[in-house]
Design a binder for this molecule. Structure first.
Ligand code: FAD
Ligand code: GLY
Length: 379
């Protein structure tokens, strides 16, 4: 595929990651980004690399893929940092899932048993043991699960680094260049229609996040079932006497809303996130921000004094089974890399390595085979 013209639709971590790997292999790649590169979900995310904390009993293929991607993170970070001379804020301190109210302990035990059944690397801690690790935790924390291998990365830095690495390898970038239509003839992709007119391509990769189902030209049967799932977020500025270093998450299915706190190396403390089915609406509201602050305050009361430095929201590309849609489609040379929902930052390395391998060799790697679009037509 080396001399073929490849077009990628979408300049988030997924499009950039695949583009970088392809450009590195000497391919002729162009990314068309509707607006500004890296300002979609990839910018809004928390950056948690949390296969365990996000594990679900009904999503075992996704858990396997997530673990495979996490395993490749150190190599990914080394490669990206070496090529760009940037640091992307990878932190390996781990994650504490905490219980606060008596009911949370029951939820935690349930999660702990599930993780053990799945063979995941977790440790049960009492409240005091958890506070020995993170002194700022509330005195009301009754127990915790330590997930030492659930790490984090600064997704905004990673996105900037990917753009730099992609361009340094000769990848072409078109900002403010929405793809209006994917042009298909006789079952083959021919290129895309942009504001500048028709751009021919031998291979097209659809990596347009939650907008992936909105581009004209796709046969009805293969429109990716991807929808926007809004998440409101905020950031606080930690102080020397109020620093945390692990990712802290409250248990799922709790009231008030479960939250996560993600401490960055520069002292920012990212708090997220709501999960809202609101279409393409990205407005922030008092309820969302209140719930986040309430949940974060219950977990770490010391945040009360910290400056609130940013609020934002983003749209997760949610697929109908929460797993990404990867690989070949019934249209020759049209490749999907979308629908990464809550785990797109975690899944970037495996997506980039394996989708670029597919394009360069023509063979679908076993890793991504369960994630074809055809799984939806089989249902
Ligand atoms: P995006 O980053 O949205 O990029 C898609 C790009 O395509 C956009 O830039 C868009 O402008 C462009 N585009 C759309 N239509 C067109 C078109 N027609 N033509 C050209 N370009 C187009 N994941 C984790 O792993 N860990 C987390 O902690 C985490 N937290 C999250 C918190 C929030 C609040 C949100 C919203 C997401 C979170 N995620 C997390 C999920 C993760 O951010 C996404 O799964 C991932 O960023 C998806 O990357 P993407 O490149 O597919 O999408
Ligand atoms: N994975 C965290 C989120 O989607 O909010």
């Amino acid at each position: 595929m080396k001399n073929q013209k490849i077009i990628i639709i979408g300049g988030g971590v997924i499009g950039l990651g695949i583009g970088w790997q392809l450009a590195k292999a000497g391919a002729d790649v162009t990314i068309h980004e509707r607006a500004e590169v890296g300002r979609g979900a990839s910018w809004a995310a928390g950056g948690m690399l949390g296969p365990i904390a996000e594990a679900h009993i009904d999503e075992l293929d996704l858990l396997k893929l997530s673990n495979q991607s996490l395993d490749r993170y150190p190599e990914w970070v080394d490669e990206l940092e070496a090529e760009t001379d940037m640091r992307i804020g990878y932190r390996a301190e781990g994650t504490l899932i905490i219980g606060i109210q008596p009911d949370d302990k029951y939820q935690l035990e349930h999660a702990y048993n599930l993780y053990n059944d799945l063979g995941l690397n977790v440790e049960w801690l009492s409240g005091d043991e958890a506070r020995k690790i993170e002194g700022a935790l509330s005195p009301y924390v009754t127990a915790a699960i330590r997930c030492e291998t659930d790490h984090q990365v600064d997704n905004r830095l990673m996105t900037q680094a990917l753009k730099r690495a992609y361009e340094a390898r000769g990848g072409e970038m078109h900002h403010n260049s929405p793809v209006k239509k994917i042009v298909i003839e006789n079952g083959n992709v021919r290129g895309v229609q942009t504001l500048e007119g028709f751009q021919s391509a031998d291979v097209c990769i659809l990596a347009a996040g939650c907008w992936s189902g909105q581009i004209d030209g796709l046969p009805e049967t293969i429109i990716p079932p991807v929808r926007p799932v809004k998440g409101q977020m905020l950031a606080l500025q930690m102080r020397k006497d109020m620093m945390i270093s692990n990712v802290i998450r409250t248990v799922k299915a709790r009231y008030p809303m479960p939250v996560y706190l993600v401490p960055r190396r520069d002292g920012r403390l990212v708090v997220g996130a709501t999960t809202e089915e609101m279409g393409f609406d990205t407005d922030l509201n008092v309820g969302g921000i209140y719930e986040l602050l309430h949940g974060a305050f219950e977990a770490v009361p010391g945040i009360y004094e910290l400056p609130l430095i940013e609020t934002w929201s983003g749209l997760r590309p949610g697929s109908s089974d929460n797993a990404p849609i990867l690989g070949k489609t019934p249209v020759e040379n049209l490749i999907y890399a979308t629908g990464h929902y809550r785990n797109g930052i975690l899944l970037t390395p495996i997506t980039a390595y394996e989708v670029s391998k597919l394009i360069l060799t023509g063979e679908t790697p076993d890793t991504i085979a369960p994630f074809h679009i055809d799984r939806f037509s089989k249902e």
